[in-house]
Design a protein around this ligand. Structure first.
Ligand SMILES: [Zn+2]
Length: 460
């Protein structure tokens, strides 16, 4: 077991970690009292004394911060410390939240202090994932018009590992600055660079691998696909492994990660099968809790609730009890797989916005998507919630599954229908289409697995 300064945190006892977190709480309360515009106002209005919040227990009295609170005036969440050292003041970079729920990307500011911390945490993650200086990391995250965490993070991991790095640079084209590559070019680059590690969004990586198969490329050096940016089901994981083996890789595996801008890192799996769940790589920097969003009360381990993040050692954007929108289950037990002591998310995160009303009941399409995403013989698919006659609001709800497949239509129809009956108890209409009609990797960053046409119509 490694226990140098980078990783020693994982081998401290639970009590020692709590002591460090309490220290972090006191540090951030003092900094917020000095110069956090939003919390100074909010604590003042609610009559909370910063100095009375001394432990993670006390933190339960601090009101939750919603995405909405943060979006109104993101600059009010940046510490203003006029007399502090330059290291803690200078804005080193900024990223934007993806804004999937709200559609509005929100800036998240990192000072030099925060960026150094991010690199240190990246080093921890890189070690947990087992990156080495012999690796060649192919970053397949796309270039986007607002800077997102994922595109930059692959570079951080390479940097702190001393690994080589290549960016395939697909993404949003700009006619004036023609720098982006096609996904076919990206597939070829992975071969040319002799990449050993692929970094990317699962649905994009899967398409890249499909393309590599069609192009008869040689990926025998690839040993690992590190994915984040959307949920990666067991089926999708197996599909990626199957395709990598087909491309010559001997014993590949998928490392699934759950990242978000507000921690500028990922919660990460520790083993090949993901048995230990998503580990918080920095319990000394981020306090994670699961809460009831109405009361702010903490929910016990093993029960689902809303994830809230509290920063313990930041100087740029600082958030306390910030609701990411994800519904998760936490565990504080020692990881049965790796023995590390840290908070783990032990469920597949999902959002309330994923639930939808269909045929009079609230359904969660996630199990259906999970089942379809690993089904062999399916190249792409899309679950479409619509009406028999979309133009008529009184027309009955109708479930359609769009499928791209080169296999027998009868067989695919039977299997897809079975999966729908098992997961959402509905018989779908199966529509066969070309895979680019569902997802064109040169136009989008990830596939849209669920479409609710009824909603689009309401929005008008
Ligand atoms: Zn573990």
């Amino acid at each position: 077991m490694t226990s140098d300064r980078i990783e020693e945190i994982f081998y401290k006892s639970r009590d020692e970690q709590i002591a460090l977190q309490n220290e972090g709480i006191r540090r951030m309360m003092s900094l917020c009292e000095r110069g956090h515009p939003f919390y100074k106002k909010s604590f003042d209005e609610k009559g909370i004394d910063f100095s009375s919040i001394r432990t993670i227990e006390d933190l339960e009295r601090v009101p939750l911060t919603s995405k909405k609170d943060y979006m109104v005036q993101p600059e009010d969440f940046v510490l203003k410390l006029p007399n502090g050292p330059l290291f803690e003041k200078v804005i080193y970079n900024m990223l934007y939240t993806t804004g999937t729920t709200t559609g509005k990307p929100t800036p998240f500011y990192n000072t030099a202090h925060d960026y150094y911390a991010t690199l240190m945490i990246s080093k921890r993650v890189a070690r947990m994932v087992g990156l080495t200086p012999d690796d060649v990391i192919a970053n397949t995250y796309p270039l986007t018009t607002v800077p997102h965490l994922t595109f930059f993070a692959a570079f951080w991991y390479a940097t702190v590992t001393g690994a080589r790095f290549v960016s395939t640079l697909t993404g949003t084209p700009n006619p004036e600055f023609p720098v982006t590559n096609s996904s076919r070019h990206a597939a070829k680059m992975v071969e040319t660079a002799e990449a050993t590690v692929l970094w990317g969004i699962p649905s994009f990586l899967r398409r890249l691998l499909t393309m590599a198969e069609e192009m008869n490329l040689d990926y025998h050096r690839v040993r690992l696909a590190a994915v984040a940016g959307e949920p990666c089901s067991q089926g999708l994981r197996e599909d990626i492994v199957r395709r990598l083996k087909h491309l010559g890789s001997k014993d590949p595996y998928v490392n699934n990660r759950f990242g978000f801008t507000e921690i500028s890192t990922v919660l990460v799996e520790c083993d090949r099968e993901g048995r230990g769940g998503f580990h918080n790589p920095a319990p000394d920097h981020f306090f994670l809790e699961v809460v009831d969003p109405e009361t702010g009360k903490r929910v016990e381990d093993g029960k689902p609730g809303y994830m809230a993040v509290t920063h313990l050692n930041r100087r740029g954007t600082v958030l306390l009890r910030y609701l990411t929108g994800d519904i998760v289950v936490l565990s504080h037990d020692t990881c049965p797989s790796c023995g590390r002591q840290t908070t783990r998310v032990v469920s597949q995160p999902y959002r309330k916005s994923d639930l939808l009303k269909f045929k009079g009941t609230l359904i969660n399409p996630e199990p259906l998507v999970r089942a379809l995403s690993g089904m062999s013989g399916i190249e792409e698919f899309q679950v479409v919630f619509t009406r028999l006659n979309l133009g008529d609001p009184l027309s009955p709800d109708h479930l359609q599954i769009r499928v791209a497949s080169g296999e027998s239509r009868g067989e695919i129809t039977r299997r897809v229908t079975d999966v729908c009956l098992q997961t959402v108890e509905m018989r779908p209409e199966i529509v066969f289409v070309r895979k680019d009609e569902i997802y064109d990797p040169d136009r989008g960053f990830k596939s849209k697995r669920v479409v609710d046409l009824r909603k689009r119509e309401e929005r008008g």
